[in-house]
Design a protein around this ligand. Sequence first.
Ligand code: HEC
Length: 115
Amino acid sequence: MPGILVWACGRFTTEEKAELARGSEVYLTHCVSCHGTEGDGLQGAYPTLLRPEIAKANTDRAIHLIRVGSGMEGGMKPIALTDKELVEVVNYIQNTWGNESPFITETTVQELANK
Ligand code: HEC
């Protein structure tokens, strides 16, 4: 499974590893068809998730795209996830394939919804 080597190397707590394992399930169900098993997308169609800016400043954008979509033709459509699943998958994409970012919680999502 993608990312397992990284998780095994001790950067993450047991709880974080469990969170990433849940996030990978959400990813494999809802995201892999476009963004690929290695998160590298499909050139010309679906963007790679392997960019530093994804893991750093773009949490709000990621959450927005998943909930609301981009409104672009061929772009991301809203994906129906619970807040918990949303948090899990964002933590997963931001901490897999060499990406690194602080873990978010459901509070992050709720704060964004209230903006
Ligand atoms: C139908 C194909 C498709 C699916 C399914 C999909 N995406 Fe996307 N994703 C895109 C496209 C296309 C873009 C580029 C923005 C746009 O045009 O909507 C994008 C953009 C993104 C971005 C922003 C990348 C950037 O450049 O900032 C993130 C993060 C992301 N997707 C995460 C996800 C996650 C997580 C899931 C699963 C919950 C998911 N996507 C499911 C097609 C998809």
